[in-house]
Design a protein around this ligand. Structure first.
Ligand code: SAM
Length: 273
């Protein structure tokens, strides 16, 4: 996969050299190119922003540097043999970045990121590139960062670990929170490793029983408990066919009951408790 990042803070992307993403780059699974937006400014002050049309506070990133920088990154990518670019625009006003979006982006051969600063990028830049390629505006959460570089790091790490061969153990992400399949819409439960007892805290017996069926069931129960406690909205959204008889028992103990449409809702009695 090829990744291009255009930014006014190339050094902010240094973490892409370490750990999982760094190793994927070293192995040639990820080809990351970071471009300094200011390279495509032509005035003495390397200006990338200007006052907003219509007035108001803050500054807006200008069309020209972005257009020239993106054209150059795109031309360079095509020359290197990359195909089918997708523009990923981090913005708090984008669609939520979820595991599902990460899976979809991991299937793309080429992602181009446009982390912005100030009040964001002049809208015409996204409109222009939308005529040439898919454009995904994504938000990593309901809060506002000072810039999009941290969002690029988040998205890149979530995407890179899904690429074939990047994680040592291919099964590692199958049990993850939000992983498609049996655990879809459930958070992963707690995990443990040696020693068996630490400062008086033992590991749950079932995990050392060697009984795979019981361990799988315990993990599922814990996932249900954690999701019901931390993200009840995920349980409410779950397709009820995903719940087996034992899931339903656990949910019932936790105060959840099926509505006539089959979806689970927490009983009001328990909400008041
Ligand atoms: N005025 C903008 C708004 O309210 O939508 C906020 C601009 S923010 C200060 C500057 C840049 O940080 C954004 O253009 C985007 O690149 C990035 N950013 C901030 N919060 C983000 C979030 N939650 N998800 C993704 N990118 C974000």
């Amino acid at each position: 996969m090829r990744l291009d990042v255009v930014t006014i803070f190339p050094e902010y992307l240094e973490p892409l050299n370490v750990s999982l993403v760094g190793k994927a780059r070293a192995r040639g699974q990820l080809d990351v190119r970071v471009h300094d937006l200011r390279h495509w400014t032509y005035d003495r002050h390397s200006t990338v922003d200007d006052t907003p049309y219509g007035g108001g506070p803050g500054m807006v990133m200008k069309t020209e540097p972005w257009g020239d920088a993106l054209d150059s990154a795109i031309a360079d990518g095509y020359e290197a043999g990359a195909r089918e670019p997708v523009l990923v625009v981090p913005t708090p006003s984008g669609r939520p970045f979820t595991q599902e979006v990460a899976v979809a982006l991991a299937r793309q051969p080429w992602l181009i990121f446009t982390p912005a600063r100030y009040e964001g990028i002049d809208r015409r830049v996204m409109d222009e590139y939308a005529t040439r390629m898919p454009v995904h505006e994504v938000s990593i959460g309901d809060y506002v960062l000072a810039g999009g570089e941290a969002a690029v790091l988040v998205i890149t790490e979530a995407v890179a670990r899904l690429l074939p061969g990047v994680l040592g153990n291919v099964e590692s992400h199958q049990d993850d929170s939000f992983a498609p399949g049996a655990m879809e819409n459930l958070l992963e439960g707690p995990v443990y490793t040696k020693p068996p007892t630490w400062r008086g805290h033992p590991v749950p017996d079932v995990l050392t029983s060697g009984h795979h069926g019981k361990i799988a069931r315990w993990r599922r129960d814990e996932a249900l408990r954690r999701t019901a406690r931390n993200r009840p909205d995920l349980i409410e959204r779950c397709d009820p066919v995903a719940f087996d008889r034992k899931d339903r028992e656990v949910l019932s103990i936790l105060g959840w009951a099926p509505e006539p449409d089959g979806r689970f809702w927490r009983r009001p009695r328990d909400v008041e408790e």
